[in-house]
Design a protein around this ligand. Structure first.
Ligand code: ZN
Length: 201
């Protein structure tokens, strides 16, 4: 199982890192531009703990980033530079806001993917989402969605959210990890897929 957290870092990220550490579990964080005090340090903590630090978007503004390939690249480069300056890591992995094909990028997504691939970046969507980014859902719902979504899949990339308002992501996480551990799943950061030369799940 690949646990992935989008839209951080935030104070929620600190709480999630503690939980992951407690269970000895590695995950992947698709981050957005630092907007709170401490966010750059949170990026450093993600790297130091052995998780994958990956790019989501600097602005996370769908209309702006999907206006053109150039607009997307400009926003992406801003996030790349911020991560590199904060951590010394050159991120290779990213996730398109809204997924690789969505209603905002449908006209340019093939060009976008081709250009990003040409530049050596690798994107990952998800096959399980435990909630939606636009509202706060009860932790019981997030847990149930995650476990139902994984089902008996051999491998799953679970999308979760660690922006500041998403307190229920933190509340749901221990139950998700415990249930999946019990079922015999291993937790792997996405960087391992790249190291294995395996870019798909
Ligand atoms: Zn997002």
């Amino acid at each position: 199982v690949y646990l992935t957290f989008d839209d951080g870092p935030s104070a929620r990220t600190d709480e999630i890192l503690e939980i992951l550490d407690k269970y000895g579990v590695k995950a992947t964080f698709f981050v957005v531009g630092a907007n709170e005090e401490g966010d750059l340090e949170r990026m450093q903590k993600i790297v130091a703990a052995g998780h994958t630090l990956a790019i989501h978007s600097y602005s996370h503004d769908y209309k702006k980033i999907y206006a053109s390939v150039e607009a997307y690249l400009e926003d992406f480069n801003q996030m790349f530079c911020q991560i590199y300056e904060a951590t010394g890591v050159k991120p290779q992995i990213f996730r398109f806001p809204g997924g690789s094909v969505n209603s905002y990028n449908v006209g340019i997504h093939q060009q976008l993917i081709a250009e990003m691939t040409r530049r050596g970046f690798v994107y990952f969507d998800w096959n399980v989402a435990n909630g939606v980014f636009s509202k706060i859902q009860p932790s019981s719902t997030l847990t149930a969605n995650a476990l139902k979504g994984v089902g008996t899949a051999r491998r799953a990339i679970i999308l979760m959210h660690d922006s500041s308002a998403k307190t229920t992501t933190v509340e749901a996480l221990p139950a998700i990890i415990e249930a999946l551990l019990q079922e015999g799943y291993q937790f792997v950061p996405i960087s391992q897929l790249i190291l294995d030369g395996n870019y798909t799940i």
